[in-house]
Design a protein around this ligand. Structure first.
Ligand code: RNT
Ligand code: ZN
Length: 417
């Protein structure tokens, strides 16, 4: 029998010998909200018009029992919340609205999301929001806000304007700012003749969308770039340079998604640069494998580098951390939990670094000690601290955690047929 408290006591002492206060680290960890992507629960289907995804987003896998309605999705999110310690937000797409009747995306209103606000209040969650510019017949030849068809552009401009108002409504209701993130799939499979035109139109569309000032106390606007998508290999209107420029010029937040760059390019090294020029940053923590495959986030090197960038630079206050992956090939509740827990573990590990010693080594050009300490901190017992963090918050760990995932599948999910 492993004694969690005893393990923790030893860990605490070891960290103390490096000048690290584990209690302070746990307190900090508890205060960092992670935004749970609702779309992992049903493979980004939503409740608007059930149909298959398209236009630059792909979900693969046929694992059964996905949530088919709001009640089931909320039930699954509650299960995730019951398993994990810490603070959370819930990240909604506009298509997860609650309405008996079908609603056009250019007609969404706060009232369609009242049941989510109720849910958020009940579970002390903040809400984040996303207009949904995909999986719709109004995506014309792969284009939305940068379409050359005025009617198409107008439709999506209206949708995004309304999304910001819904964000504002969330912020007011919950007294936690909502981050409303715009991502569009627009682009071409093959080499375009005109690379500039769509970007000019996107800029005009965004200028209209953001014309109304909304208090950042309630809603923070963010824009998300992408290098390519399946079927959009040659050209994406909203690339990184476009949105970095747009966000900086217009005082918006920038979204960095770990899957949206070249396969050898990392967002961890962009964080400290971007935040010198924007007030806020939204992270879409994901795991690309060869392409923007949105695999479940795991405790890998890049996740650790992201956490280190945030902690070392004291950038957590300005950064909103959201998860963005959707794996339809495994139990979806496990998928959520594994990625969220990995992110917390990486943040905790970064909070437990022997930072004073590392800084001292670097300041005195002692690169040997710096390398030694970097390696050493990988061998320090951060897992024991995390286990204690979960235990203190009355959460299951290890075998019991795994058992609960199985029980939920047997007792709840399997009944969904
Ligand atoms: C797509 C973007 C976007 C979506 C979600 C569902 O490549 O990453 O953030 O994953 O809006
Ligand atoms: Zn994303």
């Amino acid at each position: 029998m492993i004694n969690i408290e005893e393990e923790y006591r030893i860990a605490k002492e070891r960290y103390l010998s490096y000048g690290v206060d584990v209690e302070e680290a746990m307190e900090k960890l508890a205060s960092i909200p992670l935004s749970i992507q609702c779309w992992q629960g049903d493979d980004v289907e939503g409740f608007l018009d059930k149909g298959s995804l398209g236009d630059g987003l792909q979900v693969t896998g046929n694992y059964p029992y996905k949530a088919r309605n709001i009640a089931e999705l909320q039930e699954d999110i509650e299960e995730v919340l019951s398993l994990l310690p810490g603070t959370f937000k819930l990240n909604l797409h506009s298509t997860y609205l609650d309405s008996e009747k079908s609603v056009r995306l250019d007609q969404i209103e706060p009232k369609h999301y009242e049941s989510w606000v109720k849910f958020a209040k009940k579970h002390h969650l903040g809400l984040d929001f996303n207009p949904t510019l995909f999986s719709s017949p109004m995506v014309k030849e792969g284009f939305t806000l940068s379409s050359k068809e005025e009617g198409v552009r107008r439709f999506w401009i209206e949708h995004c304007k309304r999304a910001r108002k819904i964000g504002e409504y969330f912020g007011k209701e919950l007294e936690i700012p909502c981050v409303t993130n715009i991502w569009i799939p627009d682009g071409y499979k093959d080499e375009p003749y005109d690379r500039l035109g769509p970007r000019e139109r996107l800029k005009d569309s965004l200028d209209e969308i953001f014309a109304e000032k909304i208090d950042k106390k309630y809603n923070i606007d963010s824009v998300e770039s992408k290098l390519f998508g399946i079927g959009l290999e040659a050209y994406t209107t909203g690339n990184h340079e476009f949105y970095l420029g747009y966000a900086v010029k217009n005082g918006l937040a920038l979204t960095l998604d770990s899957g949206h760059f070249h396969p050898t390019e990392y967002i961890s090294d962009k964080i400290s640069s971007v935040l010198l020029f924007t007030n806020d940053l939204l992270l879409h923590v994901s795991r690309p494998m060869r392409w923007d495959s949105d695999h479940v986030v795991i405790f890998d090197d890049e996740l650790n580098r992201i956490a280190e960038s945030l902690v070392r630079g004291n950038l957590l206050e300005k950064t909103h951390i959201g998860l963005d992956y959707f794996d339809g090939s495994i139990n979806r509740i496990a998928a959520w939990c594994i990625g969220l827990r990995a992110t917390q573990m990486a943040l905790l590990k970064a909070l437990l670094e022997p930072s004073a010693l590392l800084k001292k080594a670097e300041d005195s050009y002692d690169f040997t000690t710096r390398l030694y300490l970097h390696e050493e901190s990988k061998y320090l017992p951060y897992q024991a601290v995390y286990r204690y963090f979960a235990y203190k918050n009355k959460k299951k760990m290890g075998k019991e955690f795994e058992e609960e995932l199985h029980n939920y599948e047997t007792n709840v999910l399997r009944k969904r047929v």
